[in-house]
Ligand binder design. Structure first.
Ligand SMILES: [Zn+2]
Length: 209
């Protein structure tokens, strides 16, 4: 082995391999707050964070990510058709870390592109979002993340009964559980809450489903 090769090997061994992270939780599990706290922690160490949020509405021009506890930050709004790998390469200031909030709204392709950034540039990518929709079915991006992420963590929150909440529940104006409709609903009057699967089923039976 020549000297250069052994030096390269040592350097590679010393540098931790970046990972693709999926941190999922239900509605109200403080995912956005955790995404923003994570951003702050990286920046405190002098690292540049590229915060992104998938665009779910063509009217969505705002680029502020806001958590319920009052934290907020500017973010890049990523259009559905955009190649996030190419956009990453064109950034004016190269990023050390990528954080995606509401990652369930990415496309499967965009998840694959983020994974390629991790592999080819050794940049950690942290995706925060929902695992399932209000019909208890996985979002395509979340399914893809569960398939390929290097690290999968559940951000837990509890149901009113004290068990862990796992279902995102869509409610109508009168508080009834909805089980049909578009996966992504923009501008409706519906509200969301989270429940354990047991309470979800009991509530549905009470609603006469
Ligand atoms: Zn419950």
């Amino acid at each position: 082995m020549n000297i250069l090769k052994s030096w390269d090997y040592t350097r590679k061994k010393d540098k931790a391999m970046a990972k693709l992270y999926f941190k999922y939780g239900t509605m109200g599990s403080s995912k956005t707050a955790q995404a923003l706290i994570t951003k702050f922690n990286y920046e405190e160490k002098g690292m540049r964070v590229w915060l992104i949020k998938p665009q779910i509405d063509s009217r969505d021009e705002g680029c502020i990510i806001r958590s319920r506890i009052g934290l907020y930050s500017d973010a890049y709004v990523l259009p559905v058709q955009e190649d996030v790998y190419k956009t990453f390469l064109r950034l004016e200031e190269p990023a050390d870390v990528i954080i995606a909030d509401e990652c369930q709204f990415l496309s499967e392709e965009q998840v694959n592109q983020l994974a390629m950034i991790v592999i080819e540039y050794n940049i950690p990518v942290l995706c925060f979002g929902l695992r399932t929709d209000f019909r208890t079915r996985m979002f395509p991006a979340s399914k893809r993340l569960l398939e390929i992420a290097d690290s999968i963590t559940e951000i837990k929150t509890i149901c009113a009964c004290g068990r862990k909440a796992t279902v995102n529940v869509r409610l109508d104006d009168e508080g009834r559980i909805l089980t049909e409709g578009e996966q992504i609903l923009i501008g409706g009057n519906e509200a969301y809450t989270s429940m354990c699967y047991r309470c979800y089923n009991i509530c549905m039976r009470r609603c006469g489903w």
